[in-house]
Design a protein around this ligand. Structure first.
Ligand code: CUK
Ligand code: CUA
Length: 619
C-alpha cells in the first residue's frame, strides 16, 4: 500500500463512528448549502420543523457560505469560523503571542507588541469589519482590547494583525466600531473610569474618574481625538450615515462597587454627534491631554450647552449593555440588561428633539437580562436574554407602535444553552443582513458536552432564522474555548485572502538562493537564508558566544499551503514562513553548544530532515 492508501483505509471506520447524521435525521437532502428549501411547504402551522430539518452540513471538500470572525476574549485573539458548518478555520493572534504563527516571536511582530505596551495578553470583544457604503469591503477587521485599552487592525489579505494602538487616557477599551458608511474613523469605547491622567492623583476620589470615546484614523491607526463623558461606557455601534455613534453606559452613579453601580433605575445611551465633535476639534475647542485632543462631552460642558450638543445623553433603563443600529439606520436599540426591555431610539428624532428622551419611540418588554440585539433585514430584532437563557425575536415597527413596556412586539423565543451574551446574524452590522443564520454566543455550556474538567467550554449555537413561518430553529452546538463575545459574519465572496505573500507588502528583504550570505561585524551576525523543501540555505551557521544574531529567512516556495518555520531550541524561537514570506528574528547567542534549527510545519516527507545546526563557539 502507498502511504495515501493506508491513510484513507485507516480513516474509514473512524468516519463511520462520527455521528454526522444526527442533524439530518429527518433525511433532508443536502441541497443548496444553507437553504431551507422545501421545508416550509411540508409543514402545517403547528407542525414546526425540528432542528433536524435544517441542513447546515457542509460536505467534505465544500466551502462554507460565510466567514464568521469571533473574538477570543481573554485569549487575545480572533477566530475565524465557517458558517453554517461552524468549523473553526483559523485563529488570528492579536494581543497575545502565538507560537504556531510565530506571532510575537519574529522581530516585526514582537516589536509591534512591545510598542503597543509590551503586555502579553489582551481581551478581545468586538471584531468589526471595514465597510464601504455600509457593506463589507473585505479589507480589514478591527478589535478592541478591554484589558489594556488598545485597538488593533487585522489585514484581511493575510488574516494577520498589522497595527495596534495603545490608546492614551483610557483603561479598558470595550465597544468598537467603524464610522459608517465608509469606515473613515474607528471608535473605541472606554469602559473603566480612571483619573485623567491616571498618574496617582485622585486615587480614591471616584467622582474625578472619567472615561473617553476614542476616534482612530483607519490608515495611520493613530488616535484622532477623544471625547470625555460622564459615567462609564460599555458597548458601541455606529449610525449608517456618518454622523452618529452610540455607546451604552452603566454606572451613571459613578460608583465603584457593584451595588453602587447598579443603584440607579436609568443609565445612558450616549449619542455622539461625530460631525459636531470634529467641528469642535477644528475650532480648537479641546484640551491636549496625553498627546491627544480631548473634547469635553460631559453634560455640563459648554459644548453640550447649546442647541447642538456634541453628546446627547438618553436615559435608558437600567445599566443597558448592547446597542446596535438597525440595518436601515433608523433606530439605535439598546438592551436593558437589568431591565426586561430594549429601548428603541429614533435616530432622526434624536437630532431634532429638544429632550433626547423624546427620541425613545419604543420599549418592548422582551424578557430577563436582554444583552445584545441582531437583525435579519426583514424588520425583526433578535435579542439575547442572559437570565432567561433565550433568544427573543421581536418586531421593530410593532415595538414603535406598541405602548412602552408592552410584550406585544414579541414574536417568539427559543431556548439557548446557556446564558447568551452576544448573538450575531449574517451581515447584521451592514445595511443588508442576509437573514438566514444567527449564532448565539452562550457563556455557559454546563451539561452540553463531554466533561473536560472544571473549566467548561462555551457553547456557540447556530440558529436558522430564514423562515419566519417556521420560526427559529436550533441547529448546532459548537464548543468554543474561552471566550467569544461578539462576532461579525460576512459572505465569503466579499473576502479575497492571498494564498501566498507578496514581498512588496512587507519591509523585510526577500532572500533567494543567490542572496544567501552571513555578514559579521563587531559581534553582530546577520544570517540571510532561504528555506524550501527540504532545506535551509545554510546547513550550519557558526557564531561566537555573545554574538547578536539576526536571521532573515525567506520561504521561497510559490506553492499554496507549503509553510516552513525556523525553530531554534532553547532560544525560544519559532518564526512562521508562508510561501514567499520573509521574517526576521534576533537572538543573543549566550549559550555555547549545538542547536538543531528545524522546521516546525510538516512540509514534506523529508520534513524531519529539514534542519540546520547553529554552532555557538565558547568565547
Ligand atoms: S460584551 Cu461580552 S457579552 Cu464585551 Cu459586547 Cu456583551
Ligand atoms: Cu519545512 Cu517542515
Amino acid at each position: 500500500r502507498t502511504e495515501t492508501d493506508a491513510t484513507a483505509a485507516d480513516r474509514e471506520p473512524l468516519f463511520d463512528r462520527i455521528p454526522r447524521r444526527d442533524f439530518m435525521k429527518a433525511g433532508v437532502a443536502a441541497g443548496a448549502m444553507g437553504s431551507f428549501a422545501g421545508c416550509t411547504g411540508l409543514l402545517s402551522d403547528d407542525d414546526h420543523p425540528s432542528a433536524a430539518d435544517v441542513d447546515a452540513s457542509v460536505a467534505p471538500g465544500e466551502h462554507d457560505e460565510y466567514y464568521a470572525f469571533l473574538s477570543g476574549g481573554h485569549t487575545g485573539e480572533i477566530r475565524v469560523y465557517g458558517i453554517p458548518s461552524m468549523r473553526q478555520l483559523m485563529r488570528i493572534p492579536v494581543f497575545s503571542t502565538e507560537s504556531a504563527r510565530g506571532y510575537g516571536y519574529d522581530d516585526r511582530t514582537s516589536e509591534m507588541l512591545e510598542e503597543a505596551g509590551g503586555y502579553t495578553w489582551g481581551d478581545t470583544h468586538h471584531p468589526r469589519l471595514s465597510q464601504t457604503d455600509n457593506d463589507y469591503d473585505g479589507r480589514f477587521a478591527y478589535v478592541n482590547d478591554k484589558a489594556n485599552g488598545r485597538m488593533a487592525r487585522i489585514d484581511l489579505k493575510y488574516f494577520e494583525t498589522d497595527a495596534i494602538v495603545d490608546v492614551p487616557n483610557t483603561q479598558g477599551v470595550h465597544g468598537a466600531c467603524a464610522r459608517l458608511p465608509d469606515t473613515d474613523l474607528i471608535f473605541g469605547v472606554g469602559e473603566f473610569r480612571v483619573p485623567m491622567p491616571n498618574d496617582g492623583r485622585d486615587l480614591d476620589d471616584p467622582d474625578e474618574y472619567t472615561s473617553v470615546l476614542t476616534a482612530i484614523e483607519p490608515e495611520s491607526f493613530d488616535v484622532a481625538w477623544q471625547v470625555l463623558v460622564d459615567g462609564n461606557m460599555d458597548n458601541g455601534d455606529g449610525g449608517k450615515n456618518g454622523r452618529w455613534f452610540f455607546a451604552t453606559g452603566y454606572n451613571s452613579e459613578n460608583g465603584v462597587t457593584e451595588s453602587e453601580m447598579s443603584g440607579s433605575d436609568t443609565d445612558y445611551v450616549k449619542a455622539f454627534d461625530t460631525l459636531a465633535i470634529e467641528d469642535a476639534v477644528e475650532a480648537g475647542e479641546y484640551e491636549e491631554i496625553g498627546g491627544v485632543k480631548v473634547v469635553d462631552g460631559r453634560q455640563d460642558s459648554p459644548l453640550n450647552g447649546g442647541s447642538d450638543p456634541i453628546v446627547r445623553y438618553v436615559d435608558v433603563p437600567k445599566s443597558p449593555h448592547g446597542v446596535s443600529v438597525t440595518p436601515d439606520g433608523e433606530y439605535a436599540i439598546a438592551s436593558g440588561k437589568l431591565d426586561p426591555t430594549c429601548s428603541v431610539i429614533d435616530i432622526e428624532m434624536l437630532g431634532d428633539a429638544a429632550d433626547p428622551n423624546d427620541a425613545i419611540v419604543g420599549q418592548p418588554r422582551v424578557g430577563m437580562g436582554p444583552l445584545h440585539t441582531a437583525y435579519d433585514g426583514r424588520g425583526h430584532a433578535y435579542t439575547t436574554l442572559f437570565i432567561d437563557s433565550q433568544v427573543v425575536k421581536w418586531d421593530i415597527e410593532d415595538a414603535v407602535e406598541a405602548d412602552l413596556g408592552s410584550e406585544e412586539p414579541v414574536i417568539e423565543k427559543i431556548d439557548v444553552h446557556y446564558n447568551p451574551g452576544h448573538l450575531i446574524a449574517a451581515e447584521s452590522y451592514t445595511a443588508d443582513p442576509q437573514g438566514d443564520w444567527l449564532v448565539s454566543l452562550n457563556k455557559l455550556s454546563k451539561d452540553r458536552f463531554l466533561p473536560v474538567g472544571p473549566m467548561h467550554p462555551e457553547n456557540d449555537q447556530l440558529i436558522y432564522i430564514g423562515d419566519d413561518d417556521a420560526g427559529m430553529k436550533l441547529v448546532k452546538d459548537t464548543p468554543s474555548y474561552a471566550e467569544p463575545h461578539d462576532a461579525s459574519i460576512v459572505s465569503a465572496d466579499k473576502l479575497d485572502p492571498a494564498t501566498v505573500y507578496d514581498p512588496e507588502d512587507y519591509d523585510e528583504e526577500f532572500v533567494g538562493p543567490e542572496d544567501s550570505e552571513i555578514v559579521r561585524e563587531d559581534g553582530r551576525v546577520h544570517v540571510k537564508m532561504y528555506s524550501m523543501r527540504n532545506e535551509f540555505g545554510y546547513s550550519d551557521v557558526t557564531v561566537q558566544e555573545g554574538d547578536e544574531v539576526t536571521f532573515t529567512v525567506t520561504n521561497i516556495e510559490e506553492t499554496d499551503d507549503i509553510l516552513h518555520s525556523l525553530a531554534i531550541p532553547e532560544y525560544d524561537v519559532n518564526i512562521k514562513l508562508a510561501p514567499q514570506e520573509t521574517r526576521e528574528v534576533t537572538i543573543t547567542a549566550d549559550e555555547p553548544g549545538v542547536y538543531w534549527m528545524y522546521c516546525a510545519f510538516f512540509c514534506s516527507a523529508l520534513h524531519l530532515e529539514m534542519r540546520s545546526r547553529l554552532l555557538v563557539e565558547p568565547a
